[in-house]
Design a protein. Structure first.
Length: 399
């Protein structure tokens, strides 16, 4: 049976495959003091069937033996979708195609309280909730079981998630489905849902109002200068970047991610998915004739024949350019192969949070934000509001 303790938490990615497959429903996902969920087994009712271990993607890694040979730089032809997407809006085009064929999408979205959970969409109007990255581990709950039910009814299904989540789904299903499209993304790590909750509560208290909008990658200042934007019911808002926001600084410092992320067994070019997507930061390196307009492009790796087919079906919805897959993996896609480093004070950071300290205090203590960074952020805001930021960008592009 699955047995996760404080000593081996790095061996669990929280994919829920074990909990979903248990025939006696005696495995539940329980949140620990860091905010991550782990399987807890009711040993009294467990029949020792071993299914939980069989479907665990860490114990039985389904990593493909082949690596992808095709890669593209892409962008949605709808400029409004690009504007509200993390990068180039290509996943939105895929979702749109699935919906047009009568299918259903499963992906991560905010609930009413801004917790990140996997949910479904069956209409085009529902797709907006999937746009933009959520730098928090998504709660899958019983998503895998819902997907299997749809697949067994012969419905077309698309699942989007992290490499560990897609590996977990692959193992849980235990057989291939032609009507399943899996899209994974190159993932740095998954931050703690608890840290995100503390951040929301602290800012709501600061602004004395309820949070009504959150976007981890809003393109207010352009694709290359995306911010975590949080708006409140009283019309006040927080707009901060990776160097000035307590949540983002925690994430990119490697101090608040799930333990398994620092030694992730799913980092490879080849995936169990049909398509792999990720940010394209250096578009001119792959397509020298294509100017970087700071709106964002999506890099896509074709992982299967099924993936190639669905990708070709959206040719009328996107603009695409051939890319050197090896160059992509060395640059913008390097996180597909490289683990992030754990901050040496991660343990102390979480201990401080557990003691009741505010997130801002833990950040100030272990990963302090420099005054110069805050000043630069405020200066950029002023330049943006006066219109000077766009003028400076135009001068830079002409130079």
């Amino acid at each position: 049976m699955i047995n996760i303790t404080d000593n081996n938490k790095s061996t669990c990615c929280g994919c829920t495959a074990c909990a979903c497959v248990c025939p006696k429903h005696c495995i539940t996902m329980q949140e620990d003091k860091e905010g991550f969920k782990y399987p807890s087994v009711d040993k009294v009712n467990c029949i020792n069937c071993g299914l939980c271990e069989k479907v665990c993607p860490v114990i039985n890694n389904p990593k493909p033996k082949t690596i992808p040979k095709e890669a593209y730089i892409t962008r949605n032809n709808d400029s409004d979708i690009v504007k509200t997407s993390t990068s180039g809006g290509t996943v939105s085009a895929l979702c749109d195609q699935i919906i047009s064929e009568g299918g259903i999408i499963f992906g991560g979205a905010f609930d009413d309280n801004f917790n990140v959970k996997h949910t479904s969409a069956e209409t085009k109007d529902e797709l907006t909730k999937f746009r933009s990255s959520k730098y928090v581990q998504s709660d899958l709950e019983n998503t895998f079981a819902k997907i299997k039910k749809e697949l067994d009814s012969s419905r077309l299904v698309m699942f989007t998630g992290t490499p560990c989540q897609t590996a977990g789904l692959h193992n849980y299903l235990r057989k291939p489905y032609e009507n399943l499209i899996i899209v994974d993304f190159v993932c740095r790590a998954v931050p703690s849902p608890l840290v995100w909750e503390m951040h929301r509560k602290e800012l709501s208290k600061k602004y004395k109002s309820k949070l009504v909008y959150a976007n981890f990658r809003e393109k207010t200042y352009g694709y290359h200068s995306a911010n975590l934007t949080m708006r409140f019911a009283n019309n006040k808002k927080s707009v901060e970047n990776t160097k000035t926001d307590n949540m983002l600084k925690s994430f990119f410092s490697g101090i608040c991610s799930r333990p398994s992320c620092y030694s992730c067994p799913f980092r490879s070019a080849g995936r169990v998915s049909d398509l792999t997507v990720f940010d394209c930061w250096n578009v001119t390196r792959y397509v020298p004739t294509l100017p970087d307009d700071d709106k964002g492009y999506t890099a896509v790796m074709i992982q299967s024949a099924k993936g190639k087919k669905i990708f070709e079906s959206i040719s009328d919805k996107i603009t695409k350019y051939d890319a050197d897959i090896n160059l992509l993996l060395q640059t913008d896609g390097k996180m597909a192969l490289q683990n992030p480093k754990m901050h040496p004070k991660r343990k102390e950071y979480f201990e401080m949070l557990e003691s009741g300290a505010a997130l801002s205090k833990a950040v100030k203590t272990y990963i302090p934000i420099k005054f110069s960074r805050r000043l630069a952020g405020k200066t950029r805001t002023i330049l943006y509001k006066t219109g000077l930021l766009n003028k400076l960008k135009n001068l830079k592009s002409k130079g």
